[in-house]
Design a protein around this ligand. Structure first.
Ligand SMILES: Nc1nc2c(c(=O)[nH]1)N[C@H]1C(S)=C(S)[C@@H](COP(=O)(O)O)O[C@H]1N2
Ligand SMILES: [Mo]
Length: 244
């Protein structure tokens, strides 16, 4: 399997980005009492603010909070594709030999085949996908609540995080409350069709309460852990919680 070359970090925290985030250097100086004029200090201050954001967001996020759902007529059929590489380079996973590997704080680590996954109970959602790059789109996704898989494999749901590894070298992680949220699903279908390769075959973790980049495609491994695994874009500067 060819792994696509990851992009160079392009999210260096600069003045412009800081300003867009609603903070000014002056405000940070005021809040911290430090004169933050050099870039290293701004970077580390930004990391502290991002940590604080993770905390505030997870405190505000209850399992009861549902993302809006829309009428079927609003679901876009020709859904937009996104990754850091062109769609024709998306990994082509073969249903016959695909296995979802499980590890970490899970009792039954037997790998799951595509047909094992398809046999789980499924439901549909018509929700809005919001990409941080400035576009959003309503789609219809169908699949199994992630909580259902976690329950069946004896995952330690008192652990803090669920991490995902993808076939293209992407990786992501979410807090346990989001993993158990009723709208967080392993989506096998988009617009009532088996998920095409570029949209994440055999499945994408669809999380309507999070920004698009927290919805990993072509997931090949899943693990439960108490150490925050970070994520592909998070490790390049985005906020980890990124709730919407
Ligand atoms: N494996 C993997 N998952 C990924 C990405 C990626 O590059 N690789 N991009 C993320 C981003 S930024 C977005 S907006 C959505 C795009 O999903 P779509 O192609 O189904 O619209 O996938 C997310 N999940
Ligand atoms: Mo995105």
């Amino acid at each position: 399997m060819q792994v696509n070359e990851p992009p160079k970090p392009k999210f260096d925290i600069d003045r412009r980005k800081l300003l867009r985030s609603g903070l000014s250097l002056g405000a940070l100086t005021f809040l911290t009492g430090c004169d933050i004029s050099d870039n290293d200090t701004v970077q580390s201050m930004f990391a502290v603010v991002s940590q604080w954001n993770n905390f505030v967001q997870s405190e505000l996020f209850g399992a009861a909070r549902l993302a809006p759902e829309y009428p079927e007529s609003m679901a876009v059929k020709d859904f937009r594709y996104n990754a850091w590489y062109h769609a024709d380079q998306a990994p082509l996973l073969n249903a016959a030999d695909y296995k979802l590997e499980l590890s970490g704080l899970i009792d039954t680590k037997k790998p799951w085949s595509v047909s094992d996954l398809y046999a789980l109970p499924q439901k549909s959602q018509i929700t809005r996908h919001v990409c941080v790059e400035g576009w959003s789109m309503i789609g219809k996704w169908t699949g199994t609540p992630l909580s259902e898989l976690l329950k069946r494999v004896g995952a330690d749901t008192t652990a803090k995080y669920v991490g995902f590894v993808c076939a293209d070298g992407y990786y992501e992680s979410i807090d346990m409350a989001t993993a158990l949220h009723p709208q967080t699903i392993m989506a096998y279908q988009l617009s009532d069709q088996i998920l095409p390769a570029k949209y994440g075959f055999p499945f994408k973790i669809r999380i309507p309460t999070k920004l698009g980049f927290k919805n990993p495609k072509f997931v090949t491994a899943l693990y439960v852990t108490n150490r925050n695994p970070g994520g592909f874009w998070v490790d390049r500067g985005y906020n980890w919680f990124s709730g919407i």
